[in-house]
Every structure is written in C-alpha cells, then in structure tokens.
Ligand binder design. Structure first.
Ligand code: DX5
Ligand code: ZN
Length: 228
C-alpha cells in the first residue's frame, strides 16, 4: 500500500505570518501546498487571490496545488499558472466547457484537476476521465475550513476508483475537507491518494508531526477495490 501525498491547506495558516507557515511546510514531509482560492460567488466566502499565491510561491519549496473555487475559472488560469501553480483544479459545477478548460490547463504546462462538490456524482467525469491528472472529491461543502467530514465520501471514492480504472485514467484521487488522523486510514483504504488537511494540521500543537502521522502512522484499511 502506497503512502498518500499530503497537501496541507494554507487556508488554515496564520495569514499574518504566512512565510513562517510555508517554511514549516518546506521542512515537513508535506508533498504539496494546497492553495484555496474563493471568490465569494461560487462559494459564500472570500479567501485570497493571485498576489497571495505569488507570495507563497516565492517561499515554497514544494509544488502549489491550486484549488479554484471561483466562477468562470478559465478567465484566471493563465494568471495562476504564472503565479506558480503546479496543479490547477477547477470545479465541474463552475465550468460550461470543461474539456476546453482542461486543454487550456495542459497548454499552460500545469497538471489538470477537476473538483466535485458533495452533490455531484462521479459518473459526470466519465467523458473527461482520460484527460485528467487529478480528481478532487470535496468531503465538505466548499467555502470554509473546519467543517465535518461527510461520510458518504468513502463510497464516492470507491466509485471513482472503478470509473478511473475502466477509463484507463491515471488521475490521482484527492480528498478535501474534514480530513484528519481519525479518517485518513479509511480514506486511503478506499482509494484516496492525496489528502488535503487544513485545520487538522495548522490547529495542531505540532503541525509537522500531524503531517508525518497523516502520511505514515495511520491504520490503513485495505479494501478489495483499493489500488494495489
Ligand atoms: C474548503 C477548502 C479546503 C479547506 C479544508 O472549501 O477547499 O481545502 O481548507 O479545511 P479543513 O481541513 O479544515 O476541513
Ligand atoms: Zn481545497
């Protein structure tokens, strides 16, 4: 069983001292830095935008995993690629021409991800599965950190695992929202390969220790349909 990639979300970091928190992530066993961009339209909250992404990129030694919770994300893809994004994830629910948007992300030289809200079924990805590098399954309704994990996510991850296999897609499965030590093992057992964690990392007394534990120390439950 492979260890998951860990992508701490700086939404839960100290915005008055971002450099400190990014340097902590550089020293930690985190694999990516998750950057949550919210526009107050697609989600009922505003987080930060391009200047903050650029500033984080200046100090980050790890790839930026940019999660765009914005309407018409295609208008900003080039700017976020220039601001240092390695992965650009757009929401299925925010894209009228998703296939075209994914092509644009690839032309910009980034990994292309699609995020699904809790109400969106995974089968909606069937016709783009082969074009994806990553699928982000929202395990809370997007907009805020610190919410409770929606248990049905586990069933969804298993269904996505099957769909990607059938499509011959190598897309990574990422889970975002309410992820912590109490559910990391079950998520990896179901097929999650990237764990996003905001509050469970940054609200901890020792964030690096939680990152290590999320990656290595949880009890992994191996299920029959999990990737070997
Ligand atoms: C929620 C964001 C998440 C958020 C997760 O809309 O997409 O990335 O930061 O925060 P926690 O881990 O606190 O649920
Ligand atoms: Zn996110």
């Amino acid at each position: 069983m492979k260890h998951p990639l860990i992508a701490p979300s700086i939404l839960a970091a100290d915005f008055a001292n971002l450099q400190h928190d990014v340097e902590m992530l550089n020293r930690s066993e985190a694999d990516w830095i998750h950057v949550d961009v919210m526009d107050g339209v697609f989600v009922p909250n505003i987080s930060f935008g391009l200047p903050v992404c650029e500033a984080v990129h200046r100090h980050a030694a790890k790839p930026l995993d940019v999660h765009l919770m914005i309407v018409q994300p295609e208008r900003y893809l080039e700017a976020f690629a220039q601001a240092g994004a390695a992965t650009l994830t757009v929401h299925l629910e925010a894209c009228t021409h998703l296939h075209r948007t994914l092509e644009l992300i690839h032309r910009l030289g980034c990994r292309a991800g699609v995020a699904l809200n809790p109400h969106s079924p995974v089968h909606l990805l069937e016709d783009v599965a082969a074009d994806l590098d990553l699928v982000l399954i929202m395990s809370v309704n997007p907009g805020f950190g610190g919410q409770s994990f929606i248990p049905r996510t586990l069933t969804k991850i298993r269904a996505l695992r099957t769909l990607l296999k059938q499509a011959g897609s190598r897309a990574l499965i990422e889970v975002d929202g309410g992820v912590g030590l109490e559910n990391a093992g079950e998520l990896v057992g179901a097929g999650a390969e990237v764990l996003v964690a905001g509050s469970s990392v940054f609200k901890a007394a020792d964030p690096s220790a939680v990152i290590h534990a999320l990656k290595f120390d949880h009890q992994t439950l191996v299920t029959s349909d999990a990737k070997s």
